[in-house]
Design a protein around this ligand. Structure first.
Ligand code: ZN
Ligand code: ZN
Length: 421
């Protein structure tokens, strides 16, 4: 452990109850993307109390806190603010009972089911410790809190609202995510880490008629069924065995009753890929199949494609990943490891991309290590350990939060540590 890391983390015991309190408060008061007003205000208040220059309202509810510590590198660390439309079922004393409204006005329950509250609380703890130990580091620290990660729009919104002009230019961008691995562990990965995710709505047009008179109809239900089956061949028959991809038809809607052939059907597709070539290949295959099935059905109007969300692939730069991995090995010992590629997606990389700087993004465990071990022994990992977005997703408070704070500290100081002497 380097002396700078030791110096900064000296305050960890003292801030632990505050970090845990902040976490429970965030967990009990989750907010949907671009509606994180209370969360952003709490963050701004904490950062100002610790002497950060705060700029609020970047891309709606996004904000940054800047602390200058003399000449040296600039490190930006990013956390995400938003929660999900999920009804919490953890039964925790600080469980959410919050409700909210989606962009289209639908009332929904809201839960921090992805652990972004862990990211925010860890970042606040880290920011406070860095403010308490100015002698341990040199350079500029930027902590960034992004709205609306779950819909993949928050990072772009901050960039579109002038983030690059409003923030010091970082030399590197760092971020972390809590994942369903044993708490206390940290995992880094160079190169491809998270998938690109493309969500698309496909509308197929037929011709409506009486259910007893199919000769007058072009049946979009049959068309949609054929499309769904045929799409299963994109990954299984068109991609090489070693090329990972997922294609899911998550929603299929058509018709109103048994005796009416409707005039259209809607499919909602989600595609996960890990590189741009495969992404383009799958996109082209989907379009080809949808159009061909419409033609095969005798559709008189072309199908329509609408992009619902598009996340880039998260591909960690090698040099900063190695720097962080080395810092983690030094700080965490055997609890630092290489992590598997994940099928989830992130929009974080839009931020370093906007600055034209490298980044690395790592995972921290949030699952009770004993429960994890038991599930591994029983072969029941997939059924017994709740994953992100589950109504039962509940990271154990510790060592998860401590690890979040320690990881940010060790990683940031790999660039910012003051010369010893
Ligand atoms: Zn999520
Ligand atoms: Zn998340």
């Amino acid at each position: 452990m380097t002396r700078a890391t030791d110096t900064v983390l000296k305050g960890l015991d003292e801030i632990r109850p505050w970090v845990e309190g902040a976490y429970k408060d965030l967990h009990a008061h989750p907010e949907l993307g671009f509606q994180e007003h209370r969360t952003a205000a709490k963050v701004a208040e904490a950062l100002r109390a610790d002497g950060y220059e705060v700029t609020e309202g970047i891309g709606g509810t996004g904000l940054i806190g800047v602390r200058r510590g003399g000449d040296g590198p600039t490190v930006m660390l990013r956390a995400d603010l938003d929660a999900l439309p999920v009804a919490e079922a953890t039964g925790l004393p600080y469980a959410s009972t919050a409700t909210g409204q989606t962009a289209d006005g639908t009332a929904v329950p809201v839960m921090h089911a992805c652990g972004h509250d862990v990211h925010v609380a860890s970042m606040l703890g880290f920011a406070r410790l860095m403010a308490w130990a100015p002698e341990a580091w040199r350079g500029t620290l930027v902590v960034l809190f992004q709205p609306d990660e779950e819909n993949g729009s928050g990072a772009d919104a901050m960039v579109a609202d002038g983030l690059v002009e409003r923030s010091p230019r970082p030399d590197v961008v760092l971020a972390q995510h809590v994942l369903p691995y044993p708490a206390g562990g940290v995992g880094t990965r160079s190169g491809s880490f998270l998938s690109a995710a493309d969500s698309t709505k496909v509308t197929l047009y037929g011709r409506g008629a009486h259910g007893s008179m199919p000769q007058h109809a072009i049946d979009p239900v049959v068309m949609a069924a054929m499309v769904v089956v045929r799409l299963q061949t994109v990954v299984s028959r068109e991609l090489a065995a070693a090329t990972p991809a997922v294609l899911t038809v998550g929603s299929i809607t058509a018709g109103t009753g048994p005796n009416v052939i409707p005039d259209r059907a809607e499919l909602q597709l989600n595609v996960r890929t890990y590189d741009e070539d495969t992404r383009a290949e799958v996109r082209a295959a989907v379009e080809r199949i949808v159009r061909a099935e419409a033609t095969a059905s005798g559709a008189t109007r072309d199908p329509e494609f609408e992009t619902l969300a598009a996340f880039p692939a998260t591909v960690n730069d090698e040099a900063p990943t190695r720097t962080v991995a080395d810092a983690f090995t030094e700080h965490f010992g055997a609890r630092a490891h290489t992590i598997d590629r994940q099928s989830a997606s992130e929009d974080m990389s839009r931020i370093p991309e906007a600055f034209g700087v490298p980044f690395t993004y790592w995972g921290i465990g949030g699952t009770d290590p004993a429960a994890y071990e038991k599930a591994v022994a029983a072969g029941s990992l997939t059924s017994d350990i709740p994953v992100n977005h589950s109504p039962y997703f509940a990271p154990v408070l510790q060592p998860t939060l401590d690890t979040g704070v320690r990881a940010l500290t060790a990683a940031a100081l790999a660039w910012l540590a003051a010369p010893e002497g």
